[in-house]
Design a protein around this ligand. Sequence first.
Ligand SMILES: *Cc1c(COP(=O)(O)O)cnc(C)c1O
Length: 390
Amino acid sequence: MATKEPIITLSAGPVAAYPGVMRALSRPIEYDYDRHFLELYEAVNRKVTQALRSATPALILHCEPAPGLEAAAASLIGPDDVVLNLASGVYGKGFGYWSARYNKELLEIEVPYNEAIDPASVEAAFRKRPDIKIVSVVHHDTPSGTINPVKEIGQIVRKHNALMLVDAVSSWAGMDIHPEESCSDVFVTGPGKCLGGAPGLTIMAVSDRAWKHMEANPKAPRASILSLLDWKEAWRHDKPFPFTPSVAEVNGLDGAIDLYLAEGPEAVWKRHALTAQACRAGIKAMGLSLWAAREEIASPTCTAVRVPDGIKDSDILAASRALYGVVFSSGRGETQGKLIRIGHMGPVAEPIYAVVAVTALGGALRKLGRKTDVGAGVAAATAVIDQARA
Ligand SMILES: *Cc1c(COP(=O)(O)O)cnc(C)c1O
């Protein structure tokens, strides 16, 4: 192979997995109906339920979260459902295309992709259209690095007796977001982002209300990769699997969830938030702009930086990779070319990686001819860390 391995991966997902996850992934592949694996599968489900703080048993789907979200749309949204899709970024907009395949009518609130959804606009939509049955929203729209106020939106949706579907793939396990307190009825996430696992599974929490809605949906898929109902009871060791689960991925998830629970969720969120805060301080000290319209909506799990005028995003990524072996993410879809993204997820959600990111980004820009005070960036980032840990 011509290309050397990266030294440090600071992407927005998939992310570097913890060494403990890599060890778990290397456990033997067992027969899925061996008692040992059946018991492991149930134990992993129980731990995931605990980590989700969910009132109903967690659901594991054996595909990555993008098809997992498609499955959620196919299973939940029926031909009588009016759906309100909230789009503040590429993933939010994308969910509307899946919804439109199944729903009766698609309504949409769309805001600029450096902004967040205003809960008052959701309330106004319900006043105009009390027949809205399902609201879909992305918590952290990763290609923008921005956070939506899902807890506030959830209360409005619940008050109007509708169901809320939340994509929390790149925020759950990196900050305080859970299905119950956000009033989510279908809460979709995965191990390949803030949990620091591999990207091959979907994790969900489905409320009893949402299960009822799916069971009443005449078009809900069965015997299909898009079926949630097929897997509803599969967490129990005495129930059959619809098809062979991804044994290695389940082992990896077991390792990741053990690490998360052992460290303590609050401690994990805290280091994600501090890493992002230090990173933002360093970025601003180098005279660069955050992509988010306001710093309050900038994600604690990913920092999106506006590409300075006259420089190409791909040149920045290439310079960082060539000079330092540090990998960042580009934008996606509509944000492609406008920003670069620094991931703070899983093992790299450690403040020292904010210093790495600021150094590599600043150094790359200097190399490309932009006057950049890398030292000022490093000083600002370390000052945030030192103050937090004083
Ligand atoms: C990563 C991610 C997904 C899942 O995408 P995959 O291609 O399956 O990894 C879904 N939603 C958001 C917001 C994400 O960040």
